[in-house]
Design a protein around this ligand. Structure first.
Ligand code: NAG
Ligand code: NAG
Ligand code: NAG
Ligand code: NAG
Ligand code: NAG
Ligand code: NAG
Ligand code: NAG
Length: 819
């Protein structure tokens, strides 16, 4: 050890001790952090547009609070007075005056205070006197009331979804009951009487149901369900069937449609649904029940409603309306999901939201009972009247009282050993931020994944990085980065052969590093010297023709936990294993059932428990109802080292991944930062596939980084810039970047160095290295550049095209909980 290092080692050791004793004092529990792809950008509100007037920004109305994450609305037909009279918490009902006319009432899902719940909002058209100006302002007064308390879910944490009101009963999905089987969804439909709270499960035990819809008479409920066959691991379109049953008592359950999802009723014998057609377009279909025969799958008449040539899905109807339905579309000439009407008499589409917010995704339409309004949710954006604080640490309601659970706005979030800083990766770039959100810094421009802090030397991070601008994406090496010395000499490469060396995890004494390497042609585990790297000594820990990966060294030094498919090599099925660092004691910690995906183990500070991400809880909603998630099944779990006490911590329909334990307890409060623009999420990648002319599949090509890049340039140059990528015909390998900012354009076009915007340049160099034709086009625009920038921030932040990344397969292999 060099004298300098030794000195710094002693100094850090001293710091560590003081930090630890400080934290000890406040410690009353434990903390797990994890990430959810895109979720921090889901600043959603519910909006409406009239169904008959030409849509324009002035007749679009935001009808939720502009603060929470609000989605999947339903406009009930019962009068608001009767709903309000049913609410059990009387203190919530402070209508402005009993006579005040309600403008609108809405039932919807909301994520707030770390939980999902179903809320009821009534908007009154009240008149408020502003104290500052004398003018009277027409301001809607909002009553917001939760429709469910904790008791309806037996005081368990759960996801709630797809509410609708039928008489005095709320029908909805909840995930609070554990089916007790690996890879089985917890989603089931429940009915709660609003007046008494009496709750009844409508889904049979042993079955999962999604997307419930109640018929106009209230007699029938339709659901999408696998029935008893269960989930087979799909993450795109689910191969569900549609079942109906009596809403009253869940009897008379019968399958009415083979292959379909997202049912909605026009009357008690007509429902619409979506399915992927044989020509690969998602399309809306109509099912008509026989009037004179028993309703069975083979007696139901099924007709395709929407034509090939575009994806049409998540249909919505209103009672008795045989004239039109609403649906979401992805058209070949748009990268955005829009809400349209479909005239079922003339067989014509009527576009709605593209006239209002063309470059924003819109989800899951619904129609008011009188057919006059169409609702949907979308990102509120800065100019849609909402204010959202972007959260660095989002407190997520934990089922364990003294375990804090935080969603971090960054991938592979990892706390420093002293618990004061968080590192995360951003594809590309590694960032470090204080845990209170201050002092955010990029400490490396590398395209890297998986990070771990050194346990002894303060400020040293280990990561797995591809060589900068490498065209060979499998070249990955373990690198140590000194985050407190960011002058270019702070990177040390510890592995040298570039054979997919990744997932470094240091031993608690800071002397060695376990990592996985593909150097033999298979990914197995190795241990090397933490300072000298593999040149200072290399031990092969596991060996075999399978994949061992995502290793984590226990705090007591005795165990290494990892994910492996060794029980079924190449199957893509990963389970968790434990091994001693000396190669003895190998055992399986958890099996995840047939083709399960259980990944990313991380030890608790006391070494007795492991947190990980898994598809153990199946899928919780139809993936098409959300933006893109690689693995919509991912949930965070814990298990004791002896295999006992398996616990599910998170409940949602997103991919929760890469959990890690913090060394200190952090109180369960959001940490806000005002760092990034919102709404930078992508639509389901599989909907980007469109059938083009001459039968060729066309994929819009581009990358999320073009988007990030545009925003980065905006910030940097304080000026407008707009990028879009063109569609790319398979085989033609061409991408067109359009910008309205000549200055930015010439920088990108001319630059072969990395000092302007590493993101853009890296990706463009990558495209060039692959002999793609890349064209830069200036798109003329007029107007003031600063105000243009402001007006364009929201749509650009929404910019969403197919995720193309040179490390794409690594992402899928390693970061995401897929394989
Ligand atoms: C969490 O609470 C349980 C019971 O209240 C207690 O046994 C346990 O020690 C606590 N854990 C920590 C880390 O404080
Ligand atoms: C009723 O609602 C109020 C306001 O949100 C809340 O403070 C109170 O705890 C609630 N009471 C019950 C019994 O849930
Ligand atoms: C997409 O195509 C439709 C129908 O062909 C057309 O009406 C619409 O204007 C096009 N949209 C864009 C954004 O070009
Ligand atoms: C955040 O934490 C840093 C480091 O602990 C501290 O210096 C800073 O004052 C804190 N900032 C705020 C706003 O609390
Ligand atoms: C291997 O290591 C474990 C714990 O780290 C220890 O209990 C065991 O005795 C060791 N076995 C050998 C053969 O050294
Ligand atoms: C981009 O660069 C190429 C060559 O470096 C040049 O010929 C072309 O005019 C540039 N395009 C724009 C739009 O600046
Ligand atoms: C890139 O960095 C070099 C050296 O630091 C500097 O001279 C040059 O101006 C930078 N280029 C731009 C466009 O900022």
């Amino acid at each position: 050890m060099k004298p300098q290092l030794l000195h710094s080692f002693l100094f850090q050791f001293f710091l560590l001790c003081t930090a630890a004793s400080e934290n000890e004092a406040q410690s009353t529990g434990e903390t797990i952090v994890f990430t959810t792809l895109g979720r921090s950008d889901y600043a959603w509100d519910i909006f409406t547009l009239p169904s008959s007037d030409p849509p324009n920004p002035s007749n679009e109305h935001r009808i939720t609070d502009g603060v929470s994450v609000n989605f999947n609305g339903h406009l009930p037909s019962s009068p608001s007075s009767s709903i309000l009279s049913l609410l059990r918490n009387r203190s919530l009902i402070q209508a402005p005056s009993p006579q005040a006319p309600t403008g609108l009432q809405l039932i919807y899902v909301t994520e707030r205070n770390g939980m999902t719940n179903i809320y009821y909002d009534a908007l009154y058209c009240g008149v408020l006197r502003s104290s500052r100006s004398r003018s009277a302002l027409e301001t809607p007064v909002r009553v917001q009331a939760p429709l469910l308390g904790l008791e309806e879910s037996k005081h368990r944490v759960s996801m709630k979804d797809r509410p609708s009101l039928s008489g005095e009963n709320l029908i909805y999905v909840s995930t609070h009951e554990d089916p007790g089987e690996p890879r089985t969804s917890w989603a089931a439909v429940y009915s709660t009487h609003l007046g008494t709270g009496l709750t009844r499960r409508l889904t049979p035990y042993g079955v999962a149901d999604f997307s419930p819809a109640v018929s106009p008479s209230g007699v029938w409920t339709a659901v999408a369900s696998y029935g008893e066959d269960g989930w087979d691991g799909e993450v795109e379109e689910l191969s569900t069937n549609i079942y109906i049953f009596l809403t009253r008592d869940a009897t008379n359950r019968v399958k009415v449609v083979e292959h379909g999802g997202w049912p909605c009723w026009v009357d008690d014998s007509t429902l619409y649904f979506h399915r992927k057609s044989d020509d690969q377009w998602m399309s809306v279909y109509k099912a008509t029940f026989p009037k004179d025969k028993p309703i069975l799958a083979n007696s139901v008449k099924i007709q395709r409603v929407t034509p090939p040539g575009l994806h049409a899905f998540t249909p919505a109807t209103s009672p008795g309306n045989h004239m039109f339905i609403a649906l979401a579309t992805r058209r070949p000439n748009s990268s955005f999901r829009h809400i349209e009407l479909f005239d079922t008499v003339k067989n014509e589409f009527i576009e709605l939201t593209r006239h209002v917010s063309p470059t924003t995704h819109h989800f899951n339409p619904f129609i008011s009972p009188d057919s006059a309004q169409v609702g949907y949710h979308k990102c509120r954006g800065e100019n849609n009247g909402g204010q959202t604080s972007q959260l660095l640490l989002e407190n997520v309601k934990s089922p364990v009282a003294n375990l804090s659970l935080f969603r971090v706005d960054g991938s592979f979030p990892t706390f420093s050993t002293a618990g004061d800083r968080i590192a995360y990766v951003n594809f590309p770039g590694i960032y470090v931020v204080n845990r209170n959100g201050s002092n955010l810094r990029r400490v490396s421009p590398l395209n890297a994944f998986a990070i771990a802090w050194d346990t002894v030397r303060k400020g040293i991070l280990y990561t797995s990085a591809g060589p900068e601008f490498s065209s060979e994406s499998t070249e990955v090496d373990v690198v140590a980065i000194d985050v407190d010395n960011v002058d270019g000499s702070n990177h040390r490469r510890l592995t040298v052969n570039g054979k997919n060396n990744a997932f470094p995890s240091p031993s608690p004494d800071g002397k060695r590093i376990v990592f996985r390497s593909g150097r033999t042609g298979h990914k197995n585990l190795y241990i090397m010297d933490a300072i000298e790297g593999e040149m200072g000594g290399l031990q092969k820990l596991t060996d075999g023709p399978w994949t061992d990966t995502m290793c984590n060294w226990s705090p007591d030094g005795d165990w290494i936990a990892f994910a492996s498919d060794r029980h079924n090599p190449g199957s893509g099925c990963f389970e968790l294993y434990l091994i001693h660092p000396n190669g003895t004691g190998l055992r399986r910690l958890i099996s995840s059932g047939k083709s399960g995906r259980t990944n990313h183990p991380s030890f608790s500070p006391d070494g007795k428990t492991i947190t990980f991400t898994t598809d153990y809880g199946g899928i919780s909603a139809e993936p098409i109802s959300n933006p893109h998630q690689f693995g919509p099944y991912g949930e965070i779990y814990t298990i004791k080292l002896d295999g006992s006490d398996l616990k599910r911590l998170t409940h949602n329909s997103y991919e929760d991944g890469t959990p890690s334990w913090a060394p200190v307890y952090i109180s369960q409060v959001d940490v806000v930062w005002s760092k990034r623009t919102q709404c930078a999420f992508e639509d389901c990648h599989w909907l980007n596939k469109m059938s083009g002319g001459r039968g060729t599949m066309v994929e819009p090509l581009g990358s999320v980084s073009l988007n990030l890049l545009a925003s980065a340039l905006l910030w940097k140059r304080n000026c407008g810039g707009f990028t879009r990528a063109s569609y790319v015909l398979k085989g033609y390998k061409q991408v067109i970047v359009e910008m309205d900012n000549l200055e930015a354009l010439s920088i990108i076009n001319g630059s072969h160095s990395d000092n302007i915007s590493i993101t853009l340049v890296a990706h463009i160099l990558n495209i060039r290295n692959r002999n793609w034709n890349i064209q830069f086009k200036h798109v003329a625009r007029t107007g003031n550049c600063v105000s243009d920038m402001l007006s364009k921030l929201a749509p650009i932040a929404d910019f969403s095209i197919n995720h193309w990344n040179p490390l794409q397969h690594l992402l899928q292999n390693d970061m995401m909980i897929g394989y």
